[in-house]
Ligand binder design. Structure first.
Ligand SMILES: NC(=O)C1=CN([C@@H]2O[C@H](COP(=O)(O)OP(=O)(O)OC[C@H]3O[C@@H](n4cnc5c(N)ncnc54)[C@H](O)[C@@H]3O)[C@@H](O)[C@H]2O)C=CC1
Ligand SMILES: C[N+](C)(C)CC(=O)CC(=O)[O-]
Length: 491
């Protein structure tokens, strides 16, 4: 069923929301009085399209339709979700809510991107306060999964459930606060760090660049994977959290922090910080910085995914949910037509799979084919449980042919044939396509092993039977062009 989101205010954050909804298959209807809004959103979308689709290992749905509208009334027509991202001024937001509610469906959810206002302040004076929630995202909205969902007693349970469901459906994580508070949870930390950093620059202790280095060479990386409490638990050593608190608790009383005061934003301080920031990063345009940021975020989140941890684990769970819609199966019984090659991968080339030649790098073809082999193994019953019980396949030989180029952001699919499956042997033929274009083939010989002895051994009967069933069904297909090819063989 088609769903549509209205984006009210299409600046930095509204543009990010537009990209997030659109690339997750929603139609997006934008209202922003800025005559440059369409161009700005177009540029955000270009960056989102090169980074988000390849973040996970399973293809996203087809993009929705994007449209721009001259009035709020038009933009909210038929919208299931309305996301307000106008500037952080309470009077402006309240005016926008009055107009939104004059035109939107009473059961649409209205989420506010506000960084700090409480939902009760936004609901105040409204006829239908129950449809308004705070849905506070993080920049870039199209890549970072966190949304702080803040509600009040005026929000019916049904609205809260729908808000959680929709936020999850677009690949984000709704952190539902237990109660409302100014600046929610995450921005209270950000404000504390920001205040302290301003003091450090003002007092001449460190430049903007040195402060950024203090974060990105140390605790910033640590926070991205374990947050604060888990990190400090580990820092307490074997004695854990209690020891950590005993050792560092007293420091809270020492002059380690100036958090209670805020430096005045005098012209002098603003010039000092802006000047240092220009010296640090002025050689890049904002769009270039955004692309560096996105490349780094995708790389870090994919690395976390390999370890099934933190934001990477969240993405893996999302991939798992999307498998069915992407046409991927997990067992032989789910295959509709056994006579055809099995779809073993449907994804987009991630940013971190490309190289200095500007295309997918050679090692990633093996990575992709190995993932397809893993899925074929799962389909025949050689799944995580079976492997944990001591049986698996080892690859004995691989031959990859590179036929055509493919670039970051392009969709790819792998279809797999079982050429032979008998006894300990499994002979597979993978073909990688982008649309109709054949990109590469991978021919792989695997042997079933006993993981205890590390020697080849017959598979369990159900695995042998499933493999034979696929091999027999695929034997009716014409032999693949290139099967058995060796380097140097005539072409
Ligand atoms: N920039 C950030 O890092 C983050 C900002 N936020 C929040 O998101 C909201 C928007 O902030 P940004 O996107 O940074 O601001 P922005 O200045 O980049 O964008 C605001 C947009 O709203 C438009 N606008 C102004 N009046 C409007 C109206 N009456 N109706 C529709 N559009 C209108 C402006 O033309 C502009 O395009 C704020 O509430 C902010 O606190 C939330 C998370 C992070
Ligand atoms: C600076 N800020 C308060 C607007 C930041 C946010 O609200 C979240 C973010 O993306 O850092």
């Amino acid at each position: 069923m088609e769903q549509s989101a209205a984006i009210i205010g299409g600046g930095v954050i509204g543009g990010g929301w537009a990209a997030r909804f659109l690339l997750n298959g929603w139609n997006v209807r934008v209202f922003d009085p800025d005559p440059d809004a369409e161009r700005k959103i177009g540029e955000v979308l270009d960056n989102a399209r090169r980074s988000l689709p390849g973040l996970g290992n399973v293809a996203l749905p087809a993009e929705g339709q994007l449209s721009f509208h001259d009035t709020i009334a038009e933009a909210v027509e038929g919208a299931d979700w309305i996301q307000e991202s106008v500037p952080e001024r309470l009077d402006l937001k309240q005016k926008v809510y009055a107009e939104l509610q004059a035109h939107c469906a009473p059961d649409a959810v209205i989420g506010s991107s506000t960084s700090g206002f409480k939902p009760s302040q936004l609901q105040d004076g409204r006829e239908n306060p129950g449809q308004i929630v705070v849905a506070h995202p993080f920049n870039p909205v199209y890549l970072l999964p966190l949304v702080e969902l803040v509600t009040t007693g005026a929000n019916p349970a049904g609205v809260i459930d729908r808000a959680k469901e929709i936020i999850s459906a677009i690949g984000m994580y709704p952190l539902h606060l237990k109660k409302e508070i100014d600046a929610h949870v995450a921005d209270r930390f950000l404000e504390a760090v920001w205040r302290e950093a301003l003091w450090l620059v003002k007092d001449g202790i460190a430049t903007t660049e040195e402060i950024d280095n203090a974060i990105r060479y140390g605790f910033g990386i640590r926070w991205a994977q374990m947050g604060l409490f888990e990190t400090y638990r580990v820092a307490g050593g074997e004695a854990g959290m209690k020891h950590f608190m005993a050792q560092f608790g007293p420091a809270l009383q020492w002059p380690w922090t100036k958090l209670m005061d805020v430096p005045q934003f005098t012209d002098e301080l603003v010039d000092l910080i802006a000047g240092q920031s220009d010296a640090q990063s002025g050689q890049y345009s904002i769009r270039e910085l955004e692309r560096h940021r996105d490349d780094n975020l995708v790389g870090m989140m994919r690395a976390l995914g390999n370890n099934d941890w933190g934001a990477g684990a969240l993405q893996n769970a999302r991939d798992l949910n999307r498998e069915g819609e992407a046409g991927l199966v997990r067992s032989i019984d789910e295959i509709e037509d056994l006579s055809q090659p099995v779809l073993t991968q449907s994804r987009v080339v991630p940013l971190d799979w490309t190289d200095y030649n500007g295309h997918m790098t050679e090692s990633r073809y093996l990575d992709a084919f190995a993932q397809s082999t893993d899925r074929l193994m799962m389909i025949i019953g050689c799944d995580a449980d079976y492997i944990a019980n001591g049986g698996s396949y080892f690859t004995a030989e691989t031959h990859i042919r590179h036929i055509d180029e493919v670039h970051a952001g392009d969709p790819i699919q792998v279809r797999t044939r079982v050429i032979m499956g008998a006894g300990k042997k499994m002979h597979l033929w993978h073909e990688m396509f982008s649309g109709e274009r054949l990109l590469a083939t991978g021919e792989h010989m695997l042997l079933h092993v006993d993981l205890a002895t590390r020697r080849s051994a017959p598979p369990a009967p159900h695995i042998e039977a499933n493999l034979a069933k696929l091999a027999e069904a695929h034997a009716a297909l014409p032999a693949p062009e290139g099967l058995g090819r060796a380097i140097g063989a005539p072409r």
